[in-house]
Write a protein that binds this ligand. Sequence first.
Ligand code: FAD
Ligand code: NAP
Length: 600
Amino acid sequence: MPPIEKDTGKNELKTKIQKLIDSNQVVVFSKSYCPYCIQVKDLFKELKIEFNVMELDLMENGSNYQEMLLEMTGQRTVPQVFINKTHVGGCDKTMQAHKDGSLQQLLSGEKEAYDYDLIVIGGGSGGLACSKEAAMLGKKVMVLDYVVPTPTGTTWGLGGTCVNVGCIPKKLMHQTALLATAIQDARKFGWEFDESVKHNWDTMKTAVNSYIGSLNWGYRVALRDKNVDYVNAYAEFIEPHKIKATNKRGKETFHTAARFVLATGERPRYLGVPGDKEYCITSDDLFSLSYCPGKTLVIGASYVALECGGFLAGLGLDVTVMVRSILLRGFDQEMANRAGAHMETHGVKFIRKFVPTKIEQLEEGSPGRLKVTAKSTETDETIEDEYNTVLIAVGRNACTDKIGLDKAGVKVNPKNGKIPVNDEEQTNVPHIHAIGDILEEKWELTPVAIQAGKLLARRLYGGSTVKCDYIHVPTTVFTPLEYGACGLSEERATELYGPDNIEVYHSLFWPLEFTVPSRDNNQCYAKIICNKLDSDRVVGFHYLGPNAGEVTQGFGAAMKCGATKEHFDATIGIHPTCAEVFTTLEVSKRSGGDITQSGC
Ligand code: FAD
Ligand code: NAP
């Protein structure tokens, strides 16, 4: 009976193909003229891997083979690559597997030996995004997160820096400070309230931390819902595919994975002067401090220092910022200095070109009293003063030195502990990737870590080729008057294109909300930098004013689309807003024209 014969023939062919797959380390079903097949065969030749090739176009029953392969693998096209009985797929999948290290792993026959497809070390912004995405793509994933307590014993829950000791508590405390200004403004708008206004640190701290607690819980639930195994333990490599996890009771467990993603983030750096670890705090301690810090010295002059100094002053505290060199290194210096000048007019004191040499305790307490000695960076001058709290904000160290990277063979820049990666976040060890703050020469921002983690998982497990774009990343410094930026600083644009090839348009502006309370006139400032060699494309966007994050976000999208000055001019503003200033920028810096706002 013909159908049975047909089935018998099919079964025989299937057995024959299966035998071929089972008895050879590498089998390539190919067509001799196909360029993708040639690419795959060349790869194996280059890797000096022996492979068995079946050129279907040169075989009498090649088309039957192709039909049967479709039935067996769901793929009709060639090449079709099998390694150690596993169907790798076509050319793209084979090249991808070579890139991510899984090809080598399959060749060594290790596939079945691992506990997980992916282990992510670090449950912060990047690690959580990556692990959830990989699990949603059907992979078996573990994420480990462990917080080493600060020298003063502060610790926190799942979610990493942003949620616990970064963006979230910082923005909420910044908002607390903005409310103080709103209360003052309110009287001018007719609100009458007699009682004296004061701030209660404990109420704010408790409210902020209970919100953080809800986020910690939410992350745990999300991991459970997505079937990610979460372990609250410190991870370190003991072999390239194996980690040791130590929990807070000291219990050790061991886990293996085909791939790893490092997302261990950073922790605050200390000064290395007497008394720093004993008596000072960092941002890791500030947001859950059990007492109001009182008169505070902030050491450092970048994001963390200016933001924390700014909101502490906004709460009414006596705040001094000690600056080693300049404000906000790497940012447009005109903008940085304007943000600093606004802080200064609102009561923040700056000690410039000094660094601390010693911190001594004068009195224990909550807060106590500390004596700080500092020396000038330019002269022999030494100064001393007393503070209740010293907040060190002099940068952060990558958490890469105690995670056994030497055992895995991962290269680290010895100067700063950062991990160099290629444009696919792959380290020098093909099966180990890295994302977030620990990357060399990348932005240290939450959305960047999240985007990199998510896209990495999609490339590794979802067949995507989309890479994280680190160009034109918008950012905001939440100083009391917020500073939003995207693209190049004026200094960098001048350096890149030459002073004659850029045109800078700028304006001061007075937010309508500030007019009735009659405050901060001519302190808000907008500036764009255009590349004259490229149709006046906007290469730098800078905004100093209220809600800078909200304003900058949308212009960031416009810059991604390649917006030019003409596009900005053709955009109709929303009135009355601050952001509309960018649709009416007419005065170029070169012209020296008047930039004070002349009304609507
Ligand atoms: P993290 O979020 O730091 O997560 C790393 C996690 O890994 C941590 O939980 C850590 O404890 C854990 N870990 C480390 N080693 C191990 C190990 N061996 N085993 C297990 N777990 C380990 N960014 C913004 O975009 N906007 C802001 O407004 C902003 N404000 C900030 C304010 C402050 C005060 C600070 C300090 C940072 C701020 N940032 C802000 C930066 C942002 O928090 C980081 O860029 C972001 O958290 C980086 O994410 P990540 O995944 O790389 O690391
Ligand atoms: P940072 O940007 O690395 O700046 C370190 C600051 O400390 C600089 O002002 C530096 O001065 C100073 N400093 C370094 N060593 C010093 C010393 N020994 N004595 C005195 N001053 C010293 O560090 P950061 O502010 O901690 O920020 C870390 C990262 O977190 C940022 O890059 C940012 O991406 C992220 N972050 C983002 C936000 C946000 O998005 N709003 C907020 C906070 C943090 P010099 O200029 O002289 O070197």
